[in-house]
Design a protein around this ligand. Structure first.
Ligand SMILES: Cc1ncc(COP(=O)(O)O)c(C=O)c1O
Length: 372
């Protein structure tokens, strides 16, 4: 049977260029291997057990999850053995979920204050759980300073069922700057973690791992002998934000949204059948707005997406264009992690020939809530 081409798809559709996806996974894995760093990809970008399996098959040692939903599903569906939680968890039900997870995999919870730790410890009784301390290396979101990591470590020593394993950080502030700052932020990432590790060791801690990771700082950070685990997420797809930042090229971007021109209301304006419910409204992260419009329209530099309603996009042309009503175009979203979360299915193709459907099967609302 002849395989279909993406041009035959209804729109909007979410496309994944499989060759680009594989290249991205291979490239980051190879760099991690060459630098003897363990790769724990963050799953929030694709939320897909199939893409997780591709990452594990290539050599990823574990995964980083942003939600308990991701963790619960990925363990069952992809056979992942080591799971790190990116953020602290609190609350009765969620702590029970954490304990259940710890029975199914090698789990590493994350703390930056003692309250979730004490709550978890009370529930654990005689069983033990591994934890990491989150260090703030400039994002000013989660995390303690290197000095305060020692205080937290000492406090948590009182709870023998909590087993300290290492430290982690995420220099997401890199997205708030331009390319010229990537190296500066990497230096901050490494120096902060080096100091935290030193202070903890001086205080008697056994620091088994030092984990960092953002896609833009990945390549330079893993060269440091201090970093033992890297946890990038966005690199599987990249996106228009990474292109604007200079951390990727358009050719590196694996995810796109296929849309059709449905109206041409005036000489310089076109309307597409995909809106914020496909592309998301992100124009940058952590204060950055380097992107032009709401995504890159492939092969049409003369076009800018100037506005999004929920289901439609407004496109302005500058100069001449061949675009007409009925044409299908591909858009690289500004933020691929947000865009991929808008669909249940990604359509995997190679040079436009459809090869398979990839389910976005480990995203939110994986648990039916009991209301009785
Ligand atoms: C704690 C943590 N680690 C790693 C990542 C992955 O970062 P990136 O998508 O830039 O690779 C994120 C992203 O949100 C994160 O919050």
């Amino acid at each position: 049977m002849n395989k279909k081409n993406i041009a035959s798809l209804t729109t909007p559709s979410f496309l994944v260029n499989l060759s680009t996806l594989e290249n991205n996974i291979n490239k980051y894995q190879k760099l991690a291997d060459e630098n003897s760093v363990e790769l724990f990809p963050m799953l929030k970008t694709h939320k897909s057990s199939e893409i997780t399996k591709m990452q594990i098959d290539k050599g990823a040692k574990g995964v980083l999850v942003g939600t308990l939903d991701e963790a619960e599903k990925v363990i069952k569906k992809s056979g992942v053995k080591k799971v790190m939680l990116a953020y602290p968890v609190i609350g009765d039900t969620n702590l029970d979920r954490v304990i259940n997870l710890s029975k199914e995999c090698d789990l590493f919870v994350a703390f930056d204050n003692e309250i979730p730790a004490i709550e978890l410890s009370k529930k654990l009784n005689n069983t033990k759980i591994n934890y990491q301390i989150i260090i703030n290396s400039g994002l000013n979101r989660f995390g303690v300073s290197p000095e305060d990591s020692v205080l937290l470590y000492n406090t948590l020593k009182k709870y023998p069922n909590l087993v300290f394993k290492g430290i982690s950080t995420h220099t997401g502030q890199v997205y708030g700057f331009s390319k010229d700052y990537i190296n500066k932020i990497t230096e901050k990432e490494i120096s902060t973690m080096t100091l935290a590790k030193k202070l903890l060791i001086e205080n008697g801690a056994d620091v088994e791992f030092v984990a960092t990771g953002t896609t833009p700082t990945f390549e330079s950070a893993i060269k440091s002998s201090e970093i033992t685990i890297s946890r990038p997420g966005n690199y599987v797809f990249f996106d228009a934000i990474q292109v604007a930042l200079g951390a990727a090229t358009e050719d590196d971007c694996a995810l796109s949204v296929l849309a059709t021109v449905v109206s041409h209301p005036s000489e310089d304006l076109f309307i597409l059948d995909c809106g914020s419910k496909c592309l998301g409204l992100d124009q940058g992260a952590h204060g950055n707005s380097l992107t032009k419009g709401f995504g890159i329209i492939k092969n049409h530099p003369e076009l800018t997406i100037i506005g999004l309603s929920e289901e439609v996009a407004k496109v302005k042309k500058e100069g001449s264009t061949t675009l007409k009503i009925g044409d299908k175009i591909e858009i690289i979203p500004n933020h691929s992690c947000s865009a991929a979360n808008m669909t249940n299915y990604l359509i995997g193709h190679r040079s436009g020939v459809i090869e398979k459907i990839i389910e976005v099967d480990i995203r939110g609302n994986s648990r039916k809530i009991c209301i009785d």
